[in-house]
Write a protein that binds this ligand. Structure first.
Ligand SMILES: Cc1ncc(C[n+]2csc(CCOP(=O)(O)OP(=O)(O)O)c2C)c(N)n1
Ligand code: SF4
Ligand SMILES: [Mg+2]
Length: 351
């Protein structure tokens, strides 16, 4: 329970990262989610990724909406900045925070209800504007918090726990993100930490809108036969196109792979995304091909996972708007409020 505080004492032999922090330093409160909920595994993957990258916790801002998924930021990165918005409104609050201070790493955590139903208008504009962020949708196909109604990502023909058939067409968040211009797009499964942790690390290193659709089974309302978001269904239909390693700098590359099995993409910060191909013909630098394969495999009932698309030349909203690089909290009163004369000049220039 959240009122049970975690002990602060660390065992002295716990492994530490380059900042001398243990994984415990990236944890949050004790989770109140149902035992076995996929969302808890995603929280564990976020903790692992931030610990491995040795991100300073005070450099991260985690934002969410409303839902079981949106509660999870309470359970990780307890020493980071946090903002729990109104249902579906996380993207605009994140966009504003990012514009005010580009020095933080923005982590948006949401659910399929939060982002594909009530918040879809917010989601699409944050993605198409290229806000520099890691946007994770913890996708279980239902509104878990309000007791399991179908969400907009539930597959047509899938059944609820009580046997009701979903007649509506699903929204595919990955297809949407690709179409909207996201520059880093991945899909993963909460039960595959080996795949998910590097995808999150790559997204953190990426400059621009990085989107991750993570299938995350709801054990209370959507883990039965007939659901396409259950542990069993996703394990049986998981079609990974590649496996990702994130190498912090080019020098550190040590592993040997056979020729033709690798794609390497260098990101702005010098980190290298090293992709081992599982699908020989798949090139994650081709947006149209990514859109095609996602649609084709989906029609066959498969769940395509991995790093589906990356644009190494990506730009973010600040570059589009040519904003001042200085965070607002470093500016003085005169710069933030330059007075009526300056405002008159701006107005005159627009007449
Ligand atoms: C404005 C508003 N409308 C409706 C609700 C009720 N509500 C709370 S959470 C939720 C859906 C959450 O679903 P999802 O984002 O998929 O999260 P999950 O619980 O499945 O992780 C709804 C409809 C609300 N809190 N606020
Ligand atoms: S209701 Fe579903 S989504 Fe919510 S905590 Fe329980 S298993 Fe997770
Ligand atoms: Mg949901």
């Amino acid at each position: 329970m959240t009122y049970v505080a975690k002990p602060k004492l660390h065992h002295p032999t716990l492994p530490q990262n380059s900042l001398c922090y243990t994984r415990r330093d990236y944890e949050g409160k004790i989770s109140t989610l149902c035992a076995g909920c996929g969302h808890d595994s995603i929280s564990a993957a976020i903790i692992q990724a931030c610990w491995e990258l040795a991100v300073e916790p005070h450099r991260i801002a985690k934002l969410s909406g409303i839902g079981c998924s949106s509660k999870t930021p309470d359970y990780f990165l307890g020493q980071s900045h946090g903002f729990n918005t109104v249902h579906g409104r996380m993207p605009s609050v994140l966009t504003g925070a990012n514009l005010a201070n580009r020095d933080l790493l923005y982590l948006g955590v949401s659910g399929d209800g939060d982002s594909a139903s009530i918040g879809i208008g917010q989601f699409v504009h944050a993605i198409r504007r290229g806000v520099n962020m890691v946007y994770i949708v913890e996708n279980n196909g239902v509104y878990g918090l309000t007791k399991g109604q179908f969400s907009a990502t539930a597959d047509q023909g899938s059944t609820s726990k009580r046997g009701v058939v979903n007649a509506d067409s699903p929204i595919d968040m990955v297809g949407l993100a690709l179409q909207l211009g996201a520059t880093y797009v991945g899909r993963s499964f909460s039960g595959d930490k080996q795949q998910l942790v590097p995808l999150i690390k790559g997204a953190i290193a990426h400059r621009g809108a990085a989107f991750l659709d993570v299938i995350s089974p709801c054990v209370a309302f959507n883990n039965h036969a007939g659901s396409t978001k259950s542990y069993e269904y996703v394990r049986a239909h998981n079609d990974a196109v590649n496996r990702l390693d994130v190498i912090p700098t080019r020098e550190e590359i040590a592993v040997d792979y056979g020729e033709g099995e690798l794609v390497e993409v260098e990101q702005h910060d010098g980190s290298v995304l090293r992709l081992r191909k599982l699908d020989a013909g798949y090139d994650p630098r081709d947006r149209i091909a990514a859109m095609n394969i996602v649609q084709q495999r989906q029609a066959q009932g498969e769940v395509v996972t991995g790093l589906l698309y990356v644009d190494a030349e990506s730009e973010d909203l600040h570059a589009h708007l040519s904003t001042d690089a200085r965070p607002f909290n470093t500016l003085g009163a005169r710069e933030l409020s330059p007075g009526a004369a300056v405002l008159d000049k701006i107005n005159a220039s627009l007449r």
